[in-house]
Ligand binder design. Structure first.
Ligand SMILES: [Zn+2]
Ligand SMILES: [Zn+2]
Length: 569
């Protein structure tokens, strides 16, 4: 049994997740975590809300409340959404949890003592009216490269360039609009240059990192790694533990990365076995997999390993990074301000979570940017879920219920077609599993559909509804085989559609839960003749024929009724 930590990127708590976030960092890791558990692997699946830093501080100031009050509300709202999407986190926590805070402080002190951190005076914009420094998003102005007027101190959202706050033309304080002055302040830097060679070898010779990760990092290596400031003058954050750093906090990016470790520690602490987190993070055989958006690659492939190396402890370094390209929405980028896209809470008002989970996996942008369209969604729900998977399950169960009194019939001797079908079922878990292990989740979902299509083809070929009168033995064999194929589907669907798979398990009259079944049990044909099933009913519902034309209207009605935590922006 292998040990795994499945790490889902920590969403920034004031950005409600939209479909793109869901597929990159929420549903994908859940599919993998569920699959590995079914395979009997030892899995810890962690994530949490990234809640410190400038944007929350800005937001809370605008609302006139304490940052903690704001993040309490946002964290519980987002956590509940993920629960509704059936995301099987072992621990979905937050950066304000005391275990994380202590872990981060101790960790950074270790790096400091090992000589990787130094301090230096830097000039930063300062608002004399608000009496605060204005790094990152506290300051706005015109981008010196592209002329975009709302560029931030850390980045221009228009041309994507990283900026220094002092580069901005006509800079303004985001709170009061005043023109900032420049003031000298002391900051602490993580000296990445000392680890350059080790990091370069780690990334470029990595056995599992995909080319996309290596290419992205190579751009950083070519420019040369530079020391990065790891402190900020924000009040809202984890106090920097370094001597002389009173009033400074750790930059969110650096502390949130350690959340994967502290969340594992917190999980085992809550179970009264605090030391067990070391069996994962300090175990060279443990595999850590990170699900992130592609813009976060350098932080996970370079900065996190750098911190782990600098600690001097033998932490396990990232085993795999699964980042995807961008998901577009009807040809455009998701935009909250322009109302383009669908957000997690809205999505659930339109369709059950399984429909979204499966559709998004099928549209997962694994090799290039992909476009979500309502037309595709409609096709996936109606043709794939209903006409393909749902139809096979319902036809098989209804037939057994109607013609065999709800008891799985006995097989006779299998003919060539039966044998071939049996082999199809037996090979399905391996075929689908292989793609999941390669993090090609879209191909895995396609393999599931292909399997279900073959089930339908076999049923159509055998026509038990016609043959039952002339050849009962043949029909009995067919239905014994397809009943076992339904059981296989129930297990193989679990990582993608946990609710529907459990419903199929229940209709099959099976004991316990599909969530604790074994992946390769799908190939076992252990549904015995005489086994009693329950009264069948359809697993999925079709979307109405005018769905594509009416969904945007439905969505705007949903939007007006949602009770989200209030944000100032
Ligand atoms: Zn100001
Ligand atoms: Zn720009």
């Amino acid at each position: 049994m292998g040990k795994w930590v499945i790490c889902a990127a920590w969403p920034y708590v004031n950005a409600f997740p939209h479909l793109g976030t869901l597929i990159a960092c929420v549903i994908s890791p859940d599919v993998v975590a569920r699959y590995l558990r079914l395979k009997g692997e030892d899995v810890v699946f962690v994530s949490g809300s990234d809640e410190h830093g400038t944007p929350i501080e800005v937001e809370a100031r605008k609302l006139g409340i304490e940052p903690k009050k704001l993040t309490d509300e946002l964290h519980s709202y987002v956590s509940l959404l993920f629960e509704k999407f059936k995301i099987s986190y072992d621990n979905y926590t937050r950066t304000e949890n005391p275990i994380h805070i202590r872990f981060v402080q101790e960790f950074f002190m270790k790096i400091y003592e090992n000589g990787y951190i130094y301090d230096e005076n830097v000039s930063l914009p300062f608002c004399t009216k608000c009496e605060i420094f204005l790094p990152d998003r506290f300051i706005e102005g015109t981008c010196p490269y592209c002329g975009y007027e709302k560029a931030r101190g850390d980045q221009c959202d228009n041309c994507g360039r990283l900026l220094d706050p002092l580069d901005l033309i006509n800079p303004k304080c985001v709170f009061c609009g005043s023109k900032p002055t420049v003031k000298v302040t002391r900051h602490w830097f993580f000296d990445l240059t000392k680890l350059s060679e080790k990091l370069h070898n780690f990334v470029m010779n990595h056995e599992h990192f995909p080319p996309s990760v290596k290419n992205y990092c190579n751009a950083w290596f070519r420019e040369g790694l530079k020391p990065r400031a790891i402190t900020r003058d924000n009040a809202w954050g984890i106090p920097a533990p370094f001597p002389g750093a009173n009033g400074k906090t750790i930059y969110v990016w650096f502390e949130a990365l350690l959340g994967y470790l502290s969340a594992t520690l917190e999980y085992f602490t809550s179970r009264g076995e605090a030391e067990r987190w070391k069996d994962y993070w300090l175990n060279k055989d443990c595999k850590t997999v990170f699900f992130i958006g592609k813009d976060n690659i350098p932080f996970h492939a370079i900065i996190l390993p750098a911190m782990l190396m600098a600690s001097g402890e033998h932490y396990v370094l990232p085993w795999q990074i699964s980042s995807i390209e961008f998901l577009m929405f009807e040809g455009q980028a998701f935009s909250k301000s322009r109302g383009i896209g669908v957000w997690a809470d809205e999505a659930l008002e339109i369709c059950p979570p399984d429909y979204w989970r499966f559709a998004l996996i099928l549209l997962r942008p694994e090799v290039r940017d992909l476009n979500f369209t309502w037309k595709d969604f409609y096709r996936i729900v109606n043709s794939e879920l209903n006409d393909n998977i749902g139809n096979f399950i319902h036809r098989t169960l209804s037939f057994i219920y109607r013609y065999f009194g709800g008891e799985v019939p006995s097989p006779s001797k299998l003919n060539v077609e039966d044998e071939e079908f049996k082999k199809t079922v037996e090979s399905a878990p391996k075929r689908i599993g292989l793609q999941i292990e390669k993090m090609r989740l879209r191909l895995a979902a396609e393999a599931l559909l292909e399997f279900s299509s073959k089930c339908n083809q076999y049923l159509n070929l055998k026509e038990p509804w016609r043959r039952i009168k002339s050849n009962l033995e043949d029909s009995s064999t067919t239905l014994w085989l397809t009943a076992n194929a339904v059981k296989a589907l129930s297990i193989l669907m679990e990582p993608f559609m946990p609710d529907a798979s459990e419903e199929v398990w229940r209709l099959l009259g099976l004991e316990g839960s599909v969530h604790s079944a074994k992946w390769f049990e799908a190939a076992s044909f252990n549904l015995k003749p005489g086994h009693k099933i329950r009264k069948p009913k359809p697993i999925f519902k079709k979307l109405p024929i005018n769905f594509v034309e009416t969904v945007e209207k439905q969505l705007s009605e949903v939007r007006s009724k949602l009770k989200r935590p209030k944000l100032a922006k």
